[in-house]
Design a protein around this ligand. Structure first.
Ligand code: HEC
Ligand code: HEC
Ligand code: HEC
Ligand code: HEC
Ligand code: HEC
Length: 218
């Protein structure tokens, strides 16, 4: 057989294949890491808002209860964002001339709601209800993080499917008494699992169906 390619061609071909293969594996790793990263899930990323509203200030320092502004959280699927009137219940008296609050005054004058950019949001194909969770004893903090320390709001948890399922498989140790639903930094001296198991009984929580696909995808 006459030799068409020089002997070294074989080596170059192997090398090219090796580089191609290495590149593909590398790309796969990058995709896999990104898929789990906070960049994709937006966990911890501050969202810009029309007014730099601070939860650290209002919920933390001033200790205004979450339900003063998110008033449908115990009774409906959505927590609700406060109308401009809620802000004005205080800001018609304090910081009335502040430049920072100009969009709030404008919103009231023009009767146009402030357009807050969403921070915690699920894709449309996922079904979620606040009332069932809050009434079962899942605290805001468990899903949204230490909101009272956030000057600007960011996502405290990644809201991936596995995060939901982790709790749905075994909610007991993550439950708290209803009085502590909006408390931040809540803890108990008692055994958390025991406290939770009592709550599971008291609230008649049936955990058997919680991991079925149709619970969250209907
Ligand atoms: C219960 C009273 C109350 C309500 C309701 C309230 N605020 Fe405030 N807000 C305050 C006080 C008090 C301050 C702080 C003034 C200070 O300490 O200098 C403040 C400060 C601010 C500031 C200045 C930046 C900061 O946080 O220090 C902004 C902006 C602001 N509020 C926006 C809002 C918006 C928007 C709403 C409605 C969603 C709202 N506030 C509802 C009492 C309130
Ligand atoms: C004085 C009113 C006020 C109080 C009190 C308050 N919030 Fe808010 N909250 C807002 C406003 C206004 C927004 C929209 C702007 C933003 O994202 O910061 C918001 C946004 C949020 C969001 C993000 C919603 C989204 O998807 O965009 C969460 C989560 C939240 N609040 C949780 C809480 C919790 C938990 C508490 C109690 C610890 C609380 N809030 C107390 C006014 C308030
Ligand atoms: C079991 C987890 C969980 C708990 C507990 C929880 N949230 Fe949420 N919250 C979510 C999820 C998930 C979303 C996004 C929902 C969507 O996009 O359909 C959300 C969205 C929000 C929003 C914006 C959209 C809306 O529903 O109006 C606010 C405000 C909010 N939560 C406040 C609260 C407050 C206040 C509490 C406590 C009283 C609380 N949440 C308890 C998971 C939770
Ligand atoms: C920390 C615990 C916890 C987390 C996190 C959590 N859940 Fe739940 N969820 C519960 C508990 C407990 C119940 C049962 C409430 C009951 O039966 O009274 C429940 C019930 C539900 C229900 C109602 C089921 C029915 O009875 O119809 C839906 C829907 C749901 N969860 C969706 C979600 C989604 C989507 C997520 C993630 C974004 C999530 N949950 C995260 C604890 C949790
Ligand atoms: C406790 C709630 C919950 C249950 C139960 C659940 N899912 Fe999901 N699922 C979610 C959430 C939340 C997302 C969105 C994840 C995201 O945005 O990263 C999701 C996303 C998905 C997606 C989109 C692709 C992806 O992974 O992002 C598919 C497909 C899916 N779920 C299938 C299923 C199947 C099949 C089951 C039953 C075995 C199931 N889910 C049970 C909450 C749930």
């Amino acid at each position: 057989m006459p030799q068409i390619f020089p002997r070294s061609a074989d080596m170059w071909l192997r090398l090219a294949l090796l580089i191609l293969f290495g590149g593909l594996v590398g790309l796969l790793i990058v995709v896999m890491v990104l898929d789990r990263s906070d960049y994709i899930s937006r966990k911890g990323w501050v969202v810009r808002q029309p007014v730099p509203f601070s939860h650290e200030h209002h919920a933390g320092a001033l200790k205004i209860d979450c339900r003063y502004c998110h008033d449908s959280v115990e009774t409906s699927a959505v927590a609700g964002l406060p109308p401009t009137e809620t802000c004005m219940s205080c800001h018609s008296q304090i910081w009335t001339g502040a430049e920072m609050l100009a969009p709030v005054r404008q919103s009231l004058a023009e009767d146009k709601p402030l357009r807050w950019n969403r921070v915690a949001e699920l894709p449309d194909y996922v079904y979620f209800q606040h009332d069932v969770h809050v009434n079962a004893g899942v605290g805001c903090e468990t899903c949204h993080g230490q909101v009272d320390t956030m000057p600007l709001m960011y996502r405290g948890e990644a809201f991936t499917m596995s995060w939901c399922l982790d709790c749905h498989q075994d909610p007991a140790p993550r439950l708290r008494p209803r009085e502590a639903i909006t408390a931040m930094g809540w803890s108990t001296e008692l055994d958390r699992r025991e406290v939770g198991q009592q709550l599971v009984k008291a609230h008649h929580i049936d955990t058997r169906h919680l991991t079925h696909c149709y619970t969250c995808h209907r």
